[in-house]
Design a protein around this ligand. Structure first.
Ligand code: APR
Length: 208
């Protein structure tokens, strides 16, 4: 079909690998931000920071969180114990690190992931992603690995989460100062095949 041809064209450029994991699709937005889609466990990926979807405090109750805790190990848990009392506001995100742990990222951005049943949950996810990007930018971090926030323990449909996250990233960078370096890399690290598929489709269809 036409859309398949279009997709093949966009992905025909040589693709990079991240920590040995092959990139499935890639697109650079007009704002200079490079977006990549990978199918992997987030802990396999090298990045400056990972987004950790959690609730209103730093805890490891979600699917990604459990894996981060497992691989980050005692060093991670000790580091985060210092932040146990930090409240993460609705729509907010909190950065921790740099810390040397079992993870391949020195920083974590813990966000207050909305639940599919929350009022205005799509708007909330959009604002939550913008908070993550804000933490990244103000700390001058360049590579961010991000899962399909909301679509695990918080039950967002995979496609709605993907569309919302992509729209949020696209919008966020459109408002930044013209003289700012434009060298960020955002890596969508997806675990289930449905998320991989919807991110690839939505990345192709994203209108800037
Ligand atoms: N690497 C990358 N992605 C993963 C991994 C992994 N190792 N394991 C699961 N996923 C995917 C899930 O398939 C889902 O698409 O990450 C996405 C997000 O899942 P969760 O981590 O459960 O995040 P979320 O749905 O936002 O729920 C977080 O968990 O901490 C609790 O209740 C708290 O509200 C919070 C919720």
């Amino acid at each position: 079909t036409k859309s398949k041809r279009k997709y093949a064209k966009k992905t025909s450029a040589p693709l990079t690998t991240q920590g040995g994991v092959e990139t499935l699709s890639q697109r650079t937005l007009r704002t200079g931000v490079q977006l990549s889609v990978l199918k992997a466990d987030i802990t396999a990926v090298e990045a400056d920071c990972y987004v950790h979807p959690t609730a209103n405090s730093v805890s490891f109750g979600g699917e990604v969180g459990r894996r981060l805790s497992e691989v980050g190990g005692e060093a991670l848990r000790q580091n985060l114990a210092q932040h146990a009392n930090v409240a993460i506001p609705v729509n907010g995100a909190v950065l921790t690190g740099p810390a040397t742990t079992g993870l391949k990222a020195a920083y974590l951005i813990h966000c207050n992931s909305p639940s599919w049943n929350d009022p205005d949950c799509v708007q909330r996810l959009e604002d939550t992603v913008k908070s993550c990007l804000h933490r990244m930018r103000e700390n001058n971090l360049k590579t961010l690995a991000i899962p399909n926030i909301g679509s695990g323990g918080n039950h967002f449909p995979k496609q709605t989460a993907a569309q919302t996250i992509l729209r949020s990233i696209s919008q966020y960078f459109q408002t930044r100062p013209a003289d700012e370096p434009r060298d960020e890399k955002i890596i969508f690290v997806l675990y289930d095949q449905q998320s991989v598929q919807v991110f690839q489709t939505e990345l192709t269809n994203l209108v800037e």
